[in-house]
Design a protein around this ligand. Sequence first.
Ligand code: NAD
Ligand code: UDP
Length: 323
Amino acid sequence: MTDRFNGKKVLVTGAAGFLGSHLVETILNEGGLVMGVDNFLTGNADNLAEIESENFAFVEADVIQPAGNYLQGEVFDYIFHFASPASPPWYQKYPRETYLVNTVATDNLLQYMQATNPLGTFVFAGTSEAYGDPLEHPQRETYWGNVNPNGVRSCYDESKRLGETICGVFNRDFQLDTRIVRIFNTYGPRIGADDGRVIPSFIMSALKNEPMTVFGDGSQTRSYCYVSDLVEGILRLATNPSARGETVNIGNPGEFTVKDTAEIIWRAVYEESSVAKIEFRQLPGDDPTRRKPDISKAQQLLQWEPQVSFEEGLRKTVAWFAK
Ligand code: NAD
Ligand code: UDP
């Protein structure tokens, strides 16, 4: 355990979500004074239920409004802007909420930081979706991506890209310390059981002994990072003095087809020899074909790389879902 956040005032938006709740917990354990904000659009108060620290305060608010409305002059050393629907079914159900929280809320929170503590650090939850359906493999931070500006995933992908632009403007033109983490598919305890993402969806089906729904022929690939590894990467990015203004991929470079993912998950729930139940469904529009992070920048800048194997992470996640 380190004390990177000892006495630091930290704001986490999206605190009742999967990643936000893990950030809150870890920062509190490292001595931070944390305020969490969430409007429960896709998150859940249960995710914060175990937090009893007197150093934690929670505000129920929609962060799309001007930040002064709900922060009332509080001054923060760090702002982690993690509020946003994150799974395709959720962001497609809430497309306006998604593009507004990644753009207008990012601008509002940065204006707030500029007015209250221009020396603070702002961390934006970017995404591997910034690379769209990538034509370069693996994806390095220098790759500009291959993104459909007006398709079923655009409310998310393009607003995350504009969110990055807004961070860049505040960094270059207004000298704020902004940092962007491009997060690749992450899983672990507290990921929404019903949010439709591949890992919870397959685990839930397997636990119910029902067929796992593989979209398309299952040959598309993803790289899965366990949540504790991701959080450590994000906190190193936030606190490393050399990372000001930087954009960094954080993810696990292990690459799996979706069909293999289904089989591995089935074996994590049942014994080795059990035959996975799989049902094939139509592939959704603009579903990226391949995805794998190049993490050499995180290795060099942050001395970070993932520690938890897919098998070990799945074991912990399945145990949590089974509970
Ligand atoms: P999540 O849905 O579990 O959490 C998001 C939280 O934001 C929820 O609690 C939701 O209620 C809250 N929220 C949404 N709009 C809000 C608003 N206007 N005001 C206040 N709260 C609001 O998703 P997650 O997986 O924890 O993702 C967190 C962040 O990380 C998101 O920005 C997401 O885009 C990004 N990200 C996640 C992944 C991943 O694999 N988990 C990958 C790439 C990027
Ligand atoms: N997927 C699937 N079955 C599901 C959920 C997802 O085959 O029940 C596929 C989806 O089409 C995509 C991959 O798994 O190719 C990862 O999907 P997810 O929604 O987790 O995240 P994405 O990386 O696409 O944003």
